[in-house]
Design a protein around this ligand. Structure first.
Ligand code: ADP
Length: 457
């Protein structure tokens, strides 16, 4: 970092040095040349415009600003005396020199630049002279503008001396800047890098301090990522322990009942066999649900959508629960809107409704249990819902119950039906269909789980 900064600084100083050594003279001479030509043309235009009054003022102004010397020769008396400067080098031109200059100007079409002109034989100073002829009907005038070309050797040497001092100052500043930026950026970035290596294990401490906002923002982002990693890790551990627990419960029952039936001949009855079958089915459904979750997570679950008569579909589902509810003295009703065709994966939407219904049965401790499976139609949109008059769900739990293995406080109990992944799987399946879904509940009164589906025709 410091090296790069120093190198760039020296490159700049080097460039300035090279320009001063090789091009300063050229630049200076070109500049002087442009100056005298511009001044000459300007004065010539004033003369051509017959602007005698202003001529003197203009000549003075120009020669002062541009450090040039202006001389006018004219057959017009007024112009000839106007503005000719006392201290002007051109005033020292000998008669033959003036004649020569004017002649050359005429020969060259009315304007000419004399470079490196010396007025006296031993003169050190060289002049640039621009001569321009102005003609009108009666008079002919010549505007001569000169500038002294001072040798720049001494100036360049002074500049070089200064450049060494500048180079030294630049070096000190660069090193200082290098240290400051290293303190501001490099050290915190190193620390970030070191800390980031702990990200995979969720142990990023975020203990980085820097005055740079960007670095602190990056640190914040990494901290959030670390938090997410931790959450995922906790969820993974929880999932593993929940799944093991859920697998163990039915397995214990199956093994327990089977052993009891083997040991005690009088227990070898149909009722106990039913328990084994129910638990085995529960196990099966849990494994199925887990497989579905893994398919969805791996984007491997492909929906087999088909056109379905909504009322037929809901009636089918209702029938599967009707007998059970009758036996349990549950007031279970089917309330249907006018029928229509909808498009979905029959198996997957059945899974969603089984889950809603199982929960309505499981989480319902009311004396007179009421469950409703219903469809309502508004325009082209059906709302399918499962209502129960169970304990309802607290406001704070409402948005979380769709998360995998979310447990509502300590009174969470896993009942006979249901795999424990239910609502999160229902959510995934509904989202895969692109359907709107939700739950309305008043704690202590009711719950209503629903999804919306449009009629296809
Ligand atoms: P599980 O029922 O196996 O615990 P779910 O994902 O199906 O898993 O449900 C998540 C939680 O949502 C349940 O544990 C329960 O606390 C709550 N819940 C779901 N349905 C209802 C309902 N109809 N009434 C009250 N609480 C419910």
């Amino acid at each position: 970092m410091i090296l790069i900064l120093s190198l760039s600084a020296f490159l700049i100083v080097g460039l300035i040095y090279a320009f001063q050594t090789f091009y300063l003279d050229d630049f200076y001479q070109k500049h002087k040349l442009t100056e005298i030509i511009e001044t000459g043309d300007y004065i010539a235009e004033s003369i051509a415009a017959d602007d005698d009054d202003d001529l003197e003022r203009r000549i003075r102004e120009r020669s002062m600003n541009n450090e040039v010397c202006v001389y006018v020769f004219s057959t017009d008396e007024d112009i000839a005396t106007a503005g000719n400067q006392n201290m002007c080098a051109l005033g020292m031109l000998r008669y033959d020199q003036t004649t020569e200059i004017l002649k050359t100007t005429v020969e060259n079409g009315g304007s000419y630049v004399f470079k490196d002109y010396r007025i006296g034989r031993g003169d050190q100073e060289k002049l640039y002279i621009y001569s321009r002829m102005v003609e009108d009907d009666e008079e002919t005038s010549f505007v001569l503008v000169s500038a002294m070309i001072t040798p720049l050797g001494a100036t360049i040497a002074t500049l070089h001396d200064q450049l060494w001092v500048i180079a030294l100052i630049v070096l000190v500043i660069t090193v200082l800047l290098g240290f400051i930026s290293s303190y501001r950026f490099v050290s915190p970035i190193r620390k970030l890098q070191e800390e980031a290596s702990r990200l995979p294990s969720g142990n990023y401490s975020g203990d980085v301090s820097s005055s740079s906002t960007e670095i602190m923002e990056l640190n914040e982002t990494l901290k959030q990522a670390n938090e997410e990693i931790r959450k995922v890790d906790t969820a993974r551990k929880e999932l593993l322990s929940n799944v093991s627990h859920d697998l163990r419960t039915p397995l214990t029952m199956i093994v327990g009942y089977a052993e009891m039936m083997k040991d005690l001949k009088e227990e070898n009855n149909e009722e106990n066999l039913d328990v084994i079958i129910t638990e085995a089915k529960r196990l099966n459904s849990l494994v199925d649900d887990l497989l579905d979750v893994s398919r969805i997570e791996g984007n491997r679950l492909v929906l087999q959508k088909e056109d379905v008569s909504l009322n037929e579909f809901l009636t089918d589902i209702y029938r599967q629960y009707e007998k059970y509810c009758e036996a349990q003295e549950i007031d279970f009703k089917l309330e249907l809107a006018e029928d229509g065709i909808v498009s979905f994966d029959r198996k997957r939407i059945s899974q969603v409704l089984y889950n809603f219904l199982n929960n309505a049965l499981n989480y319902n401790d009311a004396e007179n249990k009421i469950i409703r499976l219903s469809s309502e139609k508004e325009g082209k949109m059906y709302t399918v819902s499962v209502y129960d008059n169970g304990p309802g769900i607290k406001e704070k739990d409402l948005k979380n119950i769709w998360n995998r293995y979310y447990k509502v406080e300590e009174d969470h109990k896993r009942h006979h039906i249901g795999s424990g992944i239910g609502l999160s799987l229902a959510r995934d399946l509904l989202e895969l269909h692109g359907l709107e879904y939700g739950v309305d509940s008043v704690y202590g009164e009711y719950s209503r789980f629903w999804f919306r589906i449009p009629e296809t025709q």
